[in-house]
Design a protein around this ligand. Structure first.
Ligand SMILES: Cc1cc2nc3c(=O)[nH]c(=O)nc-3n(C[C@H](O)[C@H](O)[C@H](O)COP(=O)(O)O)c2cc1C
Length: 490
């Protein structure tokens, strides 16, 4: 099936006609002119940990982007520092967590993930300090001031997607999920974390948050997204005990962690990146390789998702999403970064792409429909939970049309900050170019080849192999081209 990628449209009028034609609800039919004095340069005022105001200098956020390139001890390599430096150079004034930082070794998504190492001979603070100071110095050099720059650290435990020792998963799950067990070949012996183990993980999150505060990060993100542990817990309807079943139990670990961080480091701001809605796991269909929700009818009502309609788990139900974000607001979370689903079981939705990753499938519909789902989700939440500033996700697929739609969504108050992920690997200075009114450098626009996802799935470091000279010249770039072709074949 040919879905014309955004780069194929020559004019904004052509793109707009296609974009609006895909929008069945006619919600996004909008004025896509770029106007002078664009709102992307507007500051955003958020509430600091002391209740006072903190100003974020503009409306671009760099999403956390992991590179699978840390040292075995959990610190940064030159590649990691290069990425953080480029984030600092980007011009975005909100750096949402840099990348996922595992709070204990068994919770790493790969052996090279940055992490809090319990070995007393490892200087975790020095490792974090190098990342933060590299980013801040680059920002200061290129943008003159860091007074209105907010930098966070994203705290994670990878839960069912833990791969701390190599290519095989060593899952630490919140609850048994028959469909994910089928997808990943797990049997009943898989390790379900006990309530005691969950409390220990929470303690490690608090320890990592204290370290981040002491090093000088402005905030930590208590990560609840993408199928990792705290996200899985939000949908752990079938788990028994203190952390499963009712909404209060499923949000307990998050609540307790946030309260404990607040009590230990009252001056530290806390954010939350959350998969605010989800979908039933997708499978590659025999024959045409298109993604489909295999056996969904047999597994309905669906008892495992968060923010999904139990009777049709391909659709959203925002009842608990709203309750969770109201809880966030009550807990003093300064901002929520909204994302959808997981890069493992629904990559077409979590990161809409023209080419699937090697463990993915062909997109079931035009990927722009998934971008629209991200935008509409944020719009819905904005209306349901006023007063909580929001970052949106899933923008990179839009390529050269990002500034048009970004201006519209910000100007009309549909989102507070536009978060960019993959684009920040290929074209980190896009925010600075947009804000300065410079023409976009089209050769750097992310074309969503998915090599940055396929690489780590196959044990390689991540980066933009097709467009960034630093990775282009590596031998892995050739291997990735072959994997890309195979993944795109029906
Ligand atoms: C290589 C790679 C690494 C990522 N690492 C993280 C991460 O550490 N934490 C996180 O919350 N999301 C991570 N993501 C997801 C992105 O932050 C973002 O949500 C996603 O790419 C969709 O946004 P985009 O369309 O702008 O790329 C990663 C994505 C990619 C492709």
């Amino acid at each position: 099936m040919d879905h014309p990628p955004p780069g194929r449209f020559r004019t904004i009028e052509d793109f707009r006609a296609h974009w609006c034609g895909l929008d069945e609800e006619r919600e996004l039919d909008c004025d896509l002119e770029i106007r002078a004095g664009g709102p992307m340069a507007d500051p955003l005022v958020v509430t600091g940990a002391d209740g006072g105001e903190r100003t974020i200098g503009n409306r671009f956020t760099v999403h956390p982007m992991e590179g699978w390139d840390g040292t075995p001890e959990g610190g940064p390599t030159d590649d990691t520092l290069r990425r953080w430096r480029r984030f600092g150079e980007s011009g975005a004034k909100l750096i949402w967590g840099g990348e996922a930082y595992a709070v204990q070794p068994d919770g790493r998504a790969n052996p090279n993930q940055l992490h809090l190492n319990p070995d007393p001979s490892v200087d975790n603070a020095a490792n974090l300090d190098r990342l933060l100071s590299t980013l801040r110095a680059a920002h200061l050099e290129h943008h003159g001031s860091t007074d209105d720059l907010l930098v966070g650290l994203q705290l994670t435990h990878s839960g069912r997607f833990s791969r701390p020792d190599g290519p095989s998963m060593i899952p630490r799950i919140a609850e048994l999920n028959p469909v994910l067990s089928m997808k990943y070949g797990l049997d009943a012996s898989v390790h379900v974390l006990t309530d005691g183990e969950l409390r220990e993980i929470s303690d490690r999150m608090v320890e990592a948050a204290c370290l981040a505060a002491d090093v000088g990060f402005d905030f930590v993100d208590v990560k609840c997204c993408h199928g990792y542990l705290l996200h899985e817990l939000l949908g752990a309807h079938t788990r028994s005990g203190d952390h499963g079943g009712c909404f209060e139990n499923r949000t307990r670990l998050f609540r307790d962690t946030v309260k404990a961080i607040r009590s230990e480091r009252p001056g530290l701001m806390i954010g939350c990146r959350v998969s605010i809605t989800d979908t039933y796991p997708m499978f590659r269909r025999e024959g045409d390789a298109i993604g489909h929700p295999k056996d969904v009818a047999e597994n309905t009502p669906w008892r495992h998702g968060f923010g999904v309609n139990a009777m049709d788990p391909t659709l959203s139900d925002f009842t608990e999403s709203q309750a969770f974000l109201e809880l966030c607001r009550d807990l003093g979370i300064f901002m929520a970064n909204l994302t959808i689903g997981s890069p493992y079981y629904c990559p077409h939705l979590q990161r809409p792409a023209a080419y699937p990753p090697s463990d993915g499938y062909l997109p079931p519909r035009d990927p722009l429909c998934e971008v629209q789902r991200h935008l509409k989700t944020v719009r819905t939440i904005k209306a349901l939970v006023p007063g909580l500033p929001l970052v949106g996700s899933g923008w990179s697929y839009l390529q050269q049309w990002i500034p048009f739609i970004a201006q519209h969504e910000i100007r009309s108050g549909m989102v507070d900050s536009v978060g960019l992920g993959r684009s920040m690997l290929s074209y980190p200075t896009m925010p600075a170019d947009v804000i300065a009114g410079r023409e976009l450098q089209r050769k750097f626009l992310c074309r969503t080849f998915s090599d940055c996802t396929t690489a780590p799935r196959n044990g390689m470091i991540s980066g933009c192999y097709p467009l960034d000279e630093h990775y282009k010249k590596l031998p892995q770039a050739v291997e990735l081209k072959v994997l890309r072709k195979e993944a795109s074949r029906a």
